[in-house]
Design a protein around this ligand. Structure first.
Ligand code: HEC
Ligand code: HEC
Length: 471
């Protein structure tokens, strides 16, 4: 072989001399390390970026009473149309009369308006108790027509006063635009990624001003997901299943403000609170498994876990370490639609990366990759359904792919948890059947991949499940 010296000239005109021999040596060494799977494919470490500090208590207060949307439903209309909500958050004043997915805030006309909040998607009433930060596993984006009918009712109401119309105009306009585009095929999955793309299409990236016509080509369709639990964020170096949210997390956290934002002056004011919101989210811990755990069996499970799973999911306990790895599609083999859609959504990525959100020190940026982050497994016992698209009802089935049902349904009205196999109690079906039956044959809804538990014996799997209860 022949190695030549080559020269690189940087912008300042200085010359660097590097031996090609050295680069070739590094290449050979690193290729040797890839030797285990497909050549060139191995989990990739995601580096940390600096995050804002804040006050967790103030973040919670802002999240549950703050006006991160400035447009909302007039309070009297809202209570008339929906009835009074349950006060799981123990809030005071008018907030006590709406449920956890809404805040009552005062607008610039001194009118009380009701805004939808993060907790629509990021909280769940689990066995009678509200768990903030747990994905709303029963969320329903399947029937947007029902919502359209409610909005039509609002149209009559808003005409009764110009101030009421002003209060809701922006939110109503957005909902009428996005609602027909964010419908999912089954209940229990979320279309927030699609929502973000649609909102971006209707807003100027720099001024954030709304346009009634879309200015970007929209991605092909809705990719279903199940929101990750908030208490995992403190370990993560990147946001979202695909790990494409990099830099300042608080910019991503505030993106709900895009629903109704007027201009960048408003965005800056809302942003000023999101260091606190981030601090709150990073202060959360998972709820402990509520029943006795077989300690001996869990110890055996830890040993199996540390042999088979820790390379991707890390270790737990006081000296635990989380590796922050993006696992390529060729290794994880789960439904690829989400990461492929992220990679292919070039207009959306460009929009974001030149937008107001991507400015400033330690700017936020979208960096798509070709796989999924191996998530921390803290509190995983309660986060069913599993995988990024919620396609697998129990952890037992995550760890034994033969058990995964193709069509399955759970009771959305009176959901029941399975504390033994960790997940939702479900029934299988032999064919697709309406919107309450998860259909894993649809694009994006696939339940394949993550076969790492298949090679375990039944006894080992049982032990690992016992161990997972303790995380
Ligand atoms: C319409 C539903 C919806 C609303 C409203 C919503 N989110 Fe999310 N959120 C999601 C979904 C879905 C994901 C997962 C998307 C993905 O990873 O592809 C997510 C992801 C997240 C994550 C997890 C990131 C990670 O990788 O661990 C955080 C934190 C978060 N959202 C915070 C918020 C905050 C704060 C608000 C309110 C200001 C909010 N979200 C509003 C649906 C929603
Ligand atoms: C090569 C890396 C890798 C190995 C090894 C691995 N996992 Fe995973 N695991 C992942 C990735 C990546 C995901 C997310 C996949 C997705 O959502 O599409 C995941 C998801 C999961 C989930 C679902 C989490 C959720 O909230 O949906 C569980 C549970 C899990 N793994 C447990 C295990 C256990 C137990 C083992 C060992 C038997 C193991 N994993 C081995 C990479 C790995």
């Amino acid at each position: 072989m022949y190695f030549s010296k080559f020269e690189v000239q940087d912008k300042c005109g200085r010359m660097y001399k590097t031996t090609f021999l050295l680069s070739a040596f590094i290449l050979v060494v690193s290729l040797a390390a890839f030797n285990t799977g497909d050549p060139g494919e191995k989990p990739v470490f995601i580096p940390a970026s600096e995050q804002r500090q804040g006050d967790a208590e103030q973040g919670y207060r802002y999240l549950t009473t703050g006006d991160f949307l400035k447009s909302g439903f007039p309070y009297d209309f809202f209570v008339f149309a929906n009835g009074k909500g349950k006060n799981y958050l123990g809030r005071e004043g008018k907030n006590a009369n709406v449920d956890q997915g809404f805040n009552v805030v005062t607008n610039t006309d001194s009118m009380d308006v009701v805004i939808p909040t993060c907790l629509q998607c990021h909280s769940q009433v689990f066995e009678g108790k509200l768990i903030v930060g747990l994905s709303n596993a029963g969320i329903d984006f399947t029937d947007m027509e029902k919502r359209a009918k409610k909005l039509a009712l609002l149209k009559q109401w808003q005409l009764t006063s110009p101030a009421k119309y002003r209060a809701v105009k922006s939110l109503l306009n957005t909902m009428n635009t996005v609602d027909p585009l964010i419908e999912t095929e089954v209940q229990g999955v979320n279309s927030a990624d699609r929502l973000a793309a649609v909102l971006a299409a209707h807003r100027d990236p720099v001024t954030l001003k709304w346009s009634d016509t879309a200015m970007l080509e929209l991605p092909a369709g809705v990719v279903p997901t199940d929101a990750p639990a908030w208490w995992l964020l403190k370990k993560k170096n990147a946001m979202f299943y695909n790990g494409f949210g990099r830099g300042d997390f608080s910019k991503f956290l505030m993106m709900s403000n895009m629903l109704t934002v007027t201009d960048t002056i408003e965005a800056r004011e809302v942003y000023s609170h999101f260091g606190d919101v981030l601090a709150y989210i990073r202060s959360l811990n998972p709820p402990p498994y509520p029943y006795p755990v077989n300690k001996e069996l869990a110890e055996q499970g830890r040993a199996v876990f540390n042999q088979t799973c820790k390379g991707c999911h890390g270790t737990y306990g006081s000296d635990g370490a989380y590796p922050n790895l993006l696992v390529p599609g060729s290794i994880i083999k789960t439904d690829s639609l989400l990461y492929q859609a992220n990679q292919q959504a070039k207009p959306f990525l460009d929009w974001f990366n030149k937008s107001w959100y991507a400015q400033g020190p330690n700017a936020a940026a979208l960096v798509p990759g070709n796989g999924y982050v191996a998530p921390p497994l803290d509190g995983v016992w309660i986060t069913a359904p599993y995988l990024h698209n919620g396609s697998v009802p129990t952890i037992e089935a995550v760890l034994n792919s033969k058990l995964r049902p193709t069509y399955w349904t759970r009771d959305f009205d009176k959901p029941e948890y399975d504390y033994e196999h960790l997940g939702w109690k479900y029934e299988t079906r032999t064919q697709p059947e309406g919107r309450k039956v998860y259909n894993t044959t649809l694009p994006g809804y696939g339940n394949y991949g993550h076969y790492f538990g298949d090679k375990l014996s039944d006894a080992e799997r049982k032990a690992v499940i016992e161990y997972l209860k303790t995380l």
